[in-house]
Design a protein around this ligand. Structure first.
Ligand code: SF4
Length: 414
């Protein structure tokens, strides 16, 4: 399904859009198709299929000969590219008895698994970032009888936590290896991590250029970059995508070109975008001249992982990276740092406003918006629009409603 959706979107993009239209989508779909093709062939050859939570970096699974499937990425990728999205599968899970207010990022793939579209040889997930994750993954173990490896992630960001989680990660990979009958190949793991260290450099270079006016990225770049990293981290395709995007972005930066023609408003989305309809991003670029400078999946960076000394140092770096990933970082630390770096982003990136999407699933973040809104008003003098939604289900807050709310909000900015 993923491969078909990707190939169909790629054909559409190549057939309909002009050569230079939305390069992130064009290049991204090519890379995604190449990786999915590879994995579909490997699955047909009988390699074990391993489901992983998005906060377990995909490159860590490169130590095995396996077919990795991102549980949350699958739900939202299909929500984005299929007509009707993953809604059928959310409803299937609701009928099964799973609560309506849980996260659709898991619920879609759970429904597909209930429908026997997936047969996992094993799954692996940290005990983060939220209650929805913890309450959803046991479904795979108890209802479908798939072995589940849970890695205990501590809350506090401090030395002993990093060390503890490094040990957990190593033990988790060894346990997963026993289930699928393989020993972790640490050389392959090292190679994949080194690829992601290079991707990090490219992303940071792009992130720095976003400070300029107009923003040299298209709004869609954020979604495509995040999606590719979630599915294809540790592959040359992910590296090539970001290399090619850097060239595009540099060119726009030098020529002060905006993807939508004219940048009128610069916005930061500190949480999620609308995965049920990422075409909203294009509409904002072109119709409102509103740049989405970045969302939650595109402003969390990590220290490059040291692969040159011993294995323990490498796992320590892997642990630190994992504990700082999007949503993990926000959901496990106190609100103070989040508000502080949002204020700094607003200043450093000359934002005119924030648009905060509050998901019905993310209970742990429900009390933050008002605090952030007050802080942005008092410290930076910019407003924040709050929209309640479900990131993967258009039936809660529709695309039409999003457009109306944002259009009205932008009329108040002048
Ligand atoms: S933090 Fe929110 S969006 Fe992320 S997995 Fe949990 S409930 Fe879903």
């Amino acid at each position: 399904m993923l491969l078909d959706a990707t190939s169909a979107t790629k054909e559409l993009v190549e057939g309909i859009l002009p050569e230079q239209g939305v390069p992130s989508l064009r290049i991204g779909m090519q890379k995604m198709e190449s990786v999915l093709n590879y994995y579909v062939n490997k699955a047909e050859e009988g390699l074990p299929v391993v489901g992983y939570h998005f906060s377990f970096p995909a490159e860590y699974l490169k130590c095995f000969d396996c077919v990795p499937v991102c549980i949350e990425g699958t739900s939202y990728f299909l929500a984005t590219f299929l007509e009707g999205g993953s809604e059928k599968y959310y409803d299937m899970m609701h009928s099964y008895g799973h609560p309506f207010h849980t996260c659709t990022s898991q619920k879609g793939t759970m429904g597909m698994t209930l429908d026997d579209l997936f047969k996992f040889d094993s799954l692996i997930s940290p005990t983060a970032p939220c209650d929805c994750t913890i309450a959803s993954y046991p479904f795979f173990k108890y209802e479908k009888k798939f072995p589940l490896v849970l890695i205990d992630m501590p809350y506090l960001q401090e030395e002993k936590s990093y060390q503890y989680y490094a040990d957990q990660l190593k033990a988790g990979l060894i346990k997963l290896g026993k289930i699928i009958g393989q020993d972790p190949d640490y050389n392959k793991l090292k190679e994949a991590i080194e690829i992601e260290n290079q991707v990090l450099k490219l992303k940071l270079e792009i992130f720095e250029m976003i400070k300029s006016k107009p923003s040299p990225i298209s709004n869609l770049y954020n979604a495509i970059s995040a999606g590719l990293t979630m599915f294809t981290a540790g592959t040359l395709e992910n590296l090539n995508f970001h290399q090619e995007m850097l060239k595009v972005v540099k060119n726009r930066y030098k020529n002060k070109k905006h993807h939508g023609g004219e940048e009128k408003i610069r916005s930061i989305w500190p949480y999620m975008i609308t995965f049920f309809s990422i075409d909203l991003m294009e509409w904002l670029d072109w119709e409102l001249g509103l740049s989405v400078l970045f969302d939650i999946f595109n402003y969390n960076f990590f220290d490059p992982i040291n692969t040159k000394s011993d294995l323990d140092s490498m796992f320590y770096g892997m642990s630190k990276k994992s504990m700082g990933l999007p949503m993990v970082r926000q959901s496990t630390e106190f609100f103070g740092p989040f508000i502080e770096y949002c204020i700094n982003f607003a200043k450093d990136y000359s934002a005119d406003c924030f648009i905060y999407t509050q998901s019905i699933a993310c209970k742990q973040f429900g009390s933050v918006p008002q605090l952030l809104r007050e802080a942005l008003r008092d410290e930076v003098g910019i407003p924040m629009l709050l929209i309640e939604f479900d990131a993967g289900d258009a039936r809660m807050t529709s695309l039409k409603s999003f457009k109306e709310k944002i259009s009205m909000f932008t009329q108040t900015l002048s």
